[in-house]
Design a protein around this ligand. Structure first.
Ligand SMILES: [Zn+2]
Length: 351
C-alpha cells in the first residue's frame, strides 16, 4: 500500500517536472541581492575625484555606478567626461540644476547656503534637458539635494517620466518596488562625523554584504574620491570596495548596477509572461516567447537584460535571434539573460 502511494507520488512528480518552468530571477544573473552606488555632486568643483579617480577605478573592476549631476555647474569639459562615463555604462542621475534645498527645513536651507528650490522648471526641466544633451542619456532617477523632498516635487517628477527618487533612511530596500519608487539610501558619512545609520562609512562593505544576505537592495550614497567633497574616500579604500563588489558579482552573491537599472528590473520582474511557440526554432529547439507587460519601461534602458530562470528540465543550449547565448547552471535552475523587451529565445533541453 505504502509502495503504491510512493509510486503514485513519483508518477505525479514526473508529470510536473517533465514540464519546464520559467520565471524572471529575483535579481539579474540569479544574484542573491542587489547593490547600487551613487556618487553625488558630479560637476561640483569639490567632487573632481568622481571622474578623476572613481570612474577609472570602477571601470577596471567592471563596476557601474550612478553619478548625480549638478547640471548648472557643468562646463563643456565636464560634460565630455560625463558623456564618456554614461557611454561606458555609469548612470547619470539628476541632482538638480542648482543644488539648492528642496524643503523648508532649517538644516537643509543652511547646508545649501540659504538657497531654496523655487523654480521647478529650472531644477527639474532645464536640468533634465541639460543632462540628456550632455550625456546622451535622459535621466530616469532623481536624487534630491540633501535627500529631502516635498510630495509636489515628486509628483512633478513622476509627471515628467522619472521612475525613482532617493530618500534618506540607511536601510535596505525590499526586492519589490512600486513606481515611482521612493527608495532609501545609506549616506556615507565622514570618518570624523560617523552618522547613526545602520551601515556607515567605517564599514563600506557591510551594506552590500547585508543586501546579499537578505536578498534585498542596498543603496550607498557617497561623494568623491580623494577630493574636497563631503566624506571623500581615499583611493585605496574605494578601490578595495570595488574589488569586493567585483568578487561578489562574480560569485553571483550580488548584482551591482546603477539605481535606474535595479528599479526598472524590479518593476518588470513579475510582469513577464512566458509561453511556448508550437513551432520549433531554427536549431530544432523549443521557442520560448515572453511578453513584458511593461515594454515602455524596457524602452527607457535599451541595454537592460532580464535573467530567466528555467527549472524542471535540463536546459542545454539557448539561442537569441540566431546567436547562441550562455546557459549557466545555478543550483536547480538554468539561467539565461534576455533583452527586457518582449521577445523570444530558443531552448534545447536534455531528453
Ligand atoms: Zn549633493
Amino acid at each position: 500500500m505504502r509502495r503504491t502511494a510512493v509510486a503514485l507520488l513519483l508518477l505525479l512528480a514526473s508529470c510536473v517536472f517533465a514540464q519546464e518552468r520559467y520565471m524572471v530571477s529575483l535579481w539579474r544573473g540569479g544574484a542573491k541581492g542587489a547593490y547600487s552606488l551613487t556618487l553625488d555632486d558630479f560637476c561640483g568643483d569639490w567632487a573632481r575625484g568622481i571622474w578623476a579617480h572613481a570612474d577609472p577605478i570602477a571601470r577596471k573592476e567592471g563596476i557601474r555606478f550612478g553619478f548625480a549631476v549638478i547640471s548648472g555647474q557643468c562646463t563643456a569639459g565636464l560634460w565630455e567626461k560625463a558623456r564618456s562615463m554614461a557611454e561606458w555604462g555609469h548612470e547619470p542621475v539628476n541632482h538638480s540644476w542648482s543644488h539648492a534645498c528642496p524643503t523648508e527645513e532649517a538644516w537643509c536651507v543652511a547646508s545649501a547656503g540659504r538657497r531654496r528650490w523655487t523654480d521647478l522648471a529650472l531644477e527639474i526641466d532645464s536640468s533634465t534637458a541639460a543632462i540628456a544633451r550632455g550625456t546622451g542619456v535622459r535621466p530616469v532617477v532623481f536624487a534630491f539635494p540633501f535627500d529631502v523632498s516635498l510630495p509636489e516635487q515628486r509628483k512633478a517628477l513622476e509627471e515628467r517620466g522619472y521612475v525613482a527618487f532617493r530618500a534618506p533612511g540607511g536601510k535596505l530596500n525590499p526586492p519589490d518596488v512600486d513606481l515611482p519608487a521612493l527608495y532609501v539610501a545609506d549616506s556615507e558619512f565622514p570618518k570624523d562625523d560617523p552618522g547613526k545609520n545602520a551601515y556607515q562609512r567605517f564599514s563600506m562593505d557591510s551594506l552590500p554584504k547585508a543586501a546579499a544576505a537578505q536578498g534585498a537592495w542596498g543603496v550607498r550614497t557617497m561623494h568623491g574620491v580623494d577630493d574636497a567633497s563631503w566624506g571623500a574616500l581615499p583611493q585605496e579604500e574605494f578601490a578595495a570596495h570595488m574589488a569586493l563588489l567585483a568578487r561578489m558579482s562574480k560569485a553571483r552573491e550580488l548584482w551591482v548596477a546603477p539605481p535606474g537599472d535595479v528599479v526598472l528590473y524590479a518593476a518588470m520582474r513579475d510582469e513577464v509572461r512566458f509561453s511556448k511557440s508550437p513551432a520549433a526554432g531554427p536549431h530544432g529547439g523549443t521557442v520560448v516567447e515572453y511578453a513584458n507587460g511593461l515594454d515602455s519601461l524596457a524602452a527607457l534602458r535599451p541595454g537592460l537584460k532580464l535573467t530567466v530562470e528555467v527549472s524542471g528540465r535540463e536546459l542545454r543550449r539557448a539561442w537569441l535571434g540566431g546567436e547562441e547565448i550562455p546557459v549557466v547552471r545555478s543550483g536547480r535552475y538554468f539561467l539565461v539573460d534576455v533583452p527586457a523587451r518582449s521577445g523570444s529565445f530558443e531552448a534545447e533541453f536534455a531528453e
